[in-house]
Structures are given as C-alpha cells and as structure tokens.
Ligand binder design. Structure first.
Ligand SMILES: [Fe+2]
Length: 212
C-alpha cells in the first residue's frame, strides 16, 4: 500500500481524527485522576481535582461507548470503565433503568458522581439511635451536575432514577476498587447488611478507540 503523503489526507481520515479526539475524553479523565492519586496525599485536594475533571467529562454526552450505556430490565448496571491496577480508584458507568433505585448504602471511600444523561434523585441519610434518617431534602442531579460522597460530607445515601419511562446514566469515580470493597446497605429498623457490588460487565472499554 502506498503511504499517504502529508497534506493529502482524505476527508474520511479527518473525520476519524475528529472522532478519536472525542473518544479520548475518558482517557484524559483517567490520566488526571491517576496523576492525583499518584502525587497528592490530601483527600480534600484529590476530591476537588477529581470533581473538576468530572465536571469536564460530563459536560458533553458524546463519548460513552454504547455497551457501557446498556440497561437491564431488573437491575441497575455498574459498568466498569477503568480500574486502577493498584486499586487506588475506579471509574464506573452507572445505568439506571426506568424507575430503578438503590437501597440506602455507604461506600467506605470518597466518590465523585457526574450526571451524564437523564436525571437522578439523591437522598442523604445519617445514623440515629433508631437506625437511619434522611438528612435534609432530596436533590435532583441534571446533566453536567457533580455530587460528592465521603466520610467528610456524608457517605450514606439512596439514589434513584428520576424517570419512570427512560434510562438515566451517571459516571462515578471512587477512591478505591468500588466493585470489590466490602460496604453496607441499611434496611428498615436499623438492620445493616454487608455487600460487595462487583461489576456488571466482563470487558472494559478501549480508551483509545474512536467514539461510536
Ligand atoms: Fe452510592
């Protein structure tokens, strides 16, 4: 095959170049979080930087691979987008089917949640002598909004899809391998149950692949 001379790229090649640039948004996010966990000790600063990077990531909805946006009729999905090999952080596409919701749960590590598509309702909870009580009113996250969970700002909440007739998707980054961490759900009457969430997908995305 004859090499293409510089300056004579076809319009298709230019299009492919543009599409590649779009798909590298997730790669840029993963690179920034890696730099944070590598170089910064203070959790407040790490979360602040990850929040800024998440805000950029969910400012446009044009990069998530279709397979990472798949919902399930019975269960909300947690598609692993990237897992740090040293378990310092993980990035998850959280896909809500219509009307789906979590139980009241904790995380045990910091989490930064960016709303990408649709909308979700977040209700924080706090421990009381009798179990768990809501803290304040619920908040509605719209595309582009970013929320934090941590020991410092509150680690326990319940989340649900704001819609009963469509899928919603939020992108989560946690300060650990969230699919393997032992954490808790809190039931009525103060009953606590340990769980490990795992992930919904068997394969993670190619961060260098052209956008679909
Ligand atoms: Fe959560």
């Amino acid at each position: 095959m004859t090499p293409t001379a510089a300056g004579s790229r076809t319009s298709t090649e230019f299009q492919q170049g543009r599409r590649t640039e779009v798909s590298q948004k997730l790669l840029a996010f993963v690179a920034e979080v890696t730099r944070c966990v590598e170089n910064v000790q203070d959790e407040v600063i790490v979360v602040s930087r990850v929040r800024k990077a998440m805000s950029e990531l969910v400012s446009t909805d044009d990069w998530l691979p279709e397979t990472m946006a798949l919902s399930d009729p019975k269960f909300y999905q947690q598609h692993l987008l990237y897992g740090d090999p040293l378990d310092r952080f993980s990035v998850v596409s959280f896909v809500w089917g219509p009307g789906q919701q979590t139980p009241v749960h904790d995380h045990s590590v910091w989490g930064v949640i960016g709303m990408l598509r649709g909308s979700e309702i977040n209700q924080r909870y706090g421990r009381t002598a009798y179990g768990m009580d809501p803290i304040g009113g619920s908040e509605r996250l719209e595309p582009g909004d970013v929320e934090i969970v941590s020991e410092a700002v509150g680690d326990i909440h319940q989340v649900r899809n704001a819609f009963d007739d469509r899928v919603s998707i939020s992108i989560h980054c946690y300060g650990g391998n969230i699919g393997r961490i032992r954490r808790h759900v809190f039931k009525d009457l103060g009953e606590t149950q340990e769980f490990v969430s795992g992930y919904s997908n068997a394969l993670t995305p190619n961060l260098w692949a052209p956008a679909q």
